[in-house]
Design a protein around this ligand. Structure first.
Ligand code: IMP
Ligand code: MG
Length: 436
């Protein structure tokens, strides 16, 4: 790699979502051509302002409609195994992945424009966050009005509660999750936080767990429709009113997929050994105020004390270094055991498996439980990607653990627990409209 390329790669690629950046570029053209910043100095009568806004709205809508049609074409390509040629979208955005549903982007833009006044802006062009939220809205429109949502999975930190905090009884997320359960949507909390005991998950999620336990409006089946998938894909707990801490630890042989059952303890240990050495080296070479934490299914570095914040650049460097070392190691190259190295905001962890496996287990658990009454049963039809929505905050490709869930279901990318609340309100609205 030339040094320029390395700088571009190291500083930019993993911090950019190419699809969002591409849409942003498309919308920048009408913004430049139709926004009227000089109106602030020259005075602009109301009718001209309205006209400008309507023109910008029309142009943005048209572009998003065109992207929507391009996604439709991409879906046709992805479903046609005989066609060797890439879709137009794939040529324009090489990193684009599979879509589980079409995305009604034009309708989603209209809804978000009504909330965020994107077309009324004269100085600030449609931003990364505008487009991220338009994509989220389009996705939840697709899984509600065009399809039916059967499973919603949620990341923990930053999605359900602030980083490192817990789901307290007064959290506004709780009544919205209960509402989903009442509508017979299954819920999986798919978190990287890896604990072997129910007690630790209870201490993070007690607000929700107690609320469900005390609820008189949920049926016993709806109450059982909450599971916790911890350590990305390593520990499964099922809500159970009779269990200690309201969570029944589910033995691995009840939920491991056939592929996961082939991950040997020996391979897991050698992968974590390589990661441990790489993390130790980063602590030394970057002089990180951090200490190593080794678990049975993960290894990470955490700050020496809770007051210390390791610089973001050091955390990202650590993730990229460790990821590269693992990919090139014998343990990593064999690909027998998948792993996920990510920047948790304050720490770095390497986990065995990733959230694509975690969400897959949820998809299998609930469909099997629905038909057999308990556990996994091969040969059953599992909840599909198009009926699954994973909500998380980490979607920038390198070192982002929610990103992996994209390969098994639809996703929504939020930036705070408050955005999760907004998203769940939008979702409830659309589900209610469908029922009416
Ligand atoms: P998530 O956002 O719910 O996926 O949780 C990620 C955070 O969980 C990390 O940033 C860590 O602070 C914390 N954590 C605790 N134990 C583990 C572990 O075993 N692996 C990864 N993250 C962990
Ligand atoms: Mg998170």
């Amino acid at each position: 790699m030339t040094s320029r390329y390395r700088v571009e790669y190291a500083l930019k690629t993993h911090r950019r979502d190419q699809f969002i950046e591409w849409i942003k570029g498309l919308l920048a053209v009408p913004f430049v051509l139709y926004s009227q910043p000089q109106g602030v100095f020259e005075g602009q009568d109301g009718s001209l302002l309205l006209q400008t806004r309507e023109e910008a709205h029309r142009r943005y809508s048209e572009i998003l409609r065109d992207v929507e049609l391009m996604i439709d074409d991409h879906i046709v390509h992805q479903n046609d195994s005989q066609n060797p040629f890439p879709s137009k979208l794939k040529l324009l955005v090489p990193s684009i992945g599979p879509f589980f549903t079409r995305l009604p982007l034009e309708a989603a833009f209209k809804l978000q424009d009504g909330k965020r006044y994107i077309s009324s802006r004269r100085f600030v062009s449609p931003s990364f966050n505008d487009i991220r939220l338009i994509l989220n809205t389009a996705q939840i429109m697709a899984v509600t009005t065009h399809g039916s949502l059967q499973l919603a999975t949620f990341d923990g930190d930053v999605t359900l509660y602030d980083d490192g905090q817990s789901l307290e009884p007064n959290s506004p997320v709780i009544p919205r999750l209960i509402d989903l359960l009442r509508k017979n949507v299954k819920i999986g909390i798919v978190t990287a936080a890896g604990y072997t005991t129910a007690e630790r998950y209870y201490s993070r999620l007690h607000g929700l767990l107690n609320h469900i336990a005390n609820s008189t409006e949920l049926t016993s089946v709806q109450k059982k429709s909450l599971i916790i998938m911890g350590g990305e894909a390593n520990y499964l707990f099922e809500f159970d009113t009779t269990a200690e801490h309201l969570l029944r630890p589910v033995p691995m042989d009840e939920w491991l997929t056939p592929e996961m059952a082939t991950w040997s303890e020996k391979d897991i240990t050698s992968l974590l050994d390589v990661a441990e050495v790489a993390l130790q080296d980063c602590i030394k070479s970057l002089n990180l105020p951090a200490t190593l934490m080794r678990k049975d299914r993960a290894v990470g570095i955490i700050p020496l004390n809770p007051e210390i914040r390791i610089p973001r650049e050091s955390l990202e460097e650590t993730v990229l270094v460790v990821q590269k070392i693992l990919e090139l190691s014998t343990a990593g190259r064999s690909r027998r055991v998948p792993f996920c190295a990510f920047n948790g905001g304050r720490d770095v962890f390497v986990d065995i498996g990733d959230k694509s496996w975690g969400v897959t287990v949820c998809q299998r658990w609930f469909s099997a439980a629905a038909t057999t009454g308990d556990g996994l049963d091969e040969g059953k039809s599992f909840i599909k990607g198009e009926n699954t929505l994973h909500v998380g905050d980490q979607f920038l490709s390198a070192g982002a653990n929610d990103f992996r869930a994209r390969s098994v279901g639809t996703t929504a990318w939020i930036a705070s627990p408050a955005e999760t609340v907004d998203l769940l309100d939008e979702l409830a609205d659309l589900m209610d409209k469908k029922i009416c």
